[in-house]
Ligand binder design. Sequence first.
Ligand code: DAU
Length: 394
Amino acid sequence: MTYLVTGGAGFIGSNYVRNLLKNGERVIVLDAFTYAGNPDNLKEFTDRFFLPKSYTEVHPIRADTSSWRIDVDQSWVEMTKNRWKRKFEGYKITELTQKSLDSSLKDTNLAVVIGNIVDRDLVQFLMKSVDVVIHFAAETHVDRSILRADEFVKTDIYGTYVLLEAARSSKVEKFVHVSTDEVYGQAMDKKFKEEDPINPRNPYSASKAGADRLVWAYSQTYGLPVIILRPSNNFGPYQYPEKLIPVVITRALRNEEIPVYGDGRQVRDWLYVQDTAKAIDLVIEKGRIGEVYNIAGRNERENIYVVKTILKLLNKSERLIKHVKDRPGHDRRYALDDIKIRELGFSSARFEDVIEDVVKWYVDNKWWWEKILEMDTEYKAFVERWYSENAEQP
Ligand code: DAU
C-alpha cells in the first residue's frame, strides 16, 4: 500500500510517518514547509526533498513578510533554497517528476514533496500513486488564528476540498481526515459524543469544523470512503515550540517566564502522539467507513498542573510562572466520550507515565528546537506580537 500523508513533516504527521516507515509501508509526504513543517523531523529517513515546477505559481510572493521574500529571477530550485536557506541547509532539493517520485519510493519507501495542498495539479498528480490518504496538513495554532485567520481558511478548508476532489477522481481506498476535539467547542459539564452538534469558538476550530464537515459531505454525496478522527491535545517529540508543553519546556530550560493564560485552570485532555498514531492504524484496519471517531487520552488535566509537573521534572522554580491575559474566546475545557474507538481496542498512556520521557526528549534534542528558535523569524515575530499584547496580569 502507498500512503499519502499530508503535513507529514509536521508534529503529528512526522511521528506517524516514522511508524509507517518502520512497518515497511510506502509513503509520499506532501508538506508545504510553512513555519511548522520541518525537514529535521524526517532527518533519520531522508535528506532528499522534491519540489514541483509549479511551485511559484501557487505561492504568490508575500510582500508583507520579509522572511517569505522570493527572488523570482532565480531558477526554481535556487529560489526555494533561498527562501528556506537555513531550514534546508544540508538537505538536497531536486525536481519532482514521475521518475524521481517512483525511484525515491522504490529506493527508500519514502518521497517527501514540498508543496501545498491547495495546489490542485500537484495533488492530482500525487493522488494517482496512492491507496490511502492520511490528511494532517493544516494551520493548527489557535493563537495565530486569532491574530489572522486567512491561512487557516485557505489551508484547512480549501486545501481539504482540493484533496477531496482529487481523491474522488482517483482510486483511493481510504481517506482518513485528522480533525480535532475543538470542533465541538468547550465542554462544560459533559463529554462530547461523535453525534453531538459541533460548535467551534475560534477561527482555527471553525476552519477545522468546515473541513471536518466537508469530508463527511463527500462520503454522503459521492460515496468517498472517508473516516474522520477527532483527537484531543497531542503531546510528544517534535511538537513545534508554540504549543503549551514545548513552550513550558523550552522556556524553563532557558529560565524564561512561562506565560499561563488567565487562571490556568482550563482543562485539556492530553493524548500521547504515539497513541494517536495507534488510533489511526486501528481505524484503517477496523474502523467503519463514513464514521467519526473521537480519540481521547483520558488525561484531563488543568493547564497549571501540567506546567507545574514539567517545572518539577526540570527542577525549575514555580516562580517562572507568569499569569497573563486570557486568550479571547478561550475554551475552558475539552472532553470526549471515546467509547467508540475503545471498542475497537484502543488504549492510551497515562499522562504521568509518559511526560517524563517527553521532557527528556526536549532536553536531549536541544539542537532541534534551538535551531527553530534561532532561525524562525516568523515565529519570533509571532511571539513578540502575541505575548506582548497579552502581557498584562489577569
Ligand atoms: O484539542 C486539540 C487541539 O489542541 C488541536 O486541534 C490544536 O491544533 C492544538 O493547537 C491544541 O489547541 P490548544 O489551544 O488546546 O493548545 P495550546 O497548546 O495552544 O494550549 C493548550 C492550553 O494551554 C490552552 O488552554 C491555552 C494554554 N496556554 C497555551 C500557550 C501556548 C497557555 O496558558 N499559555 C501558552 O503560552
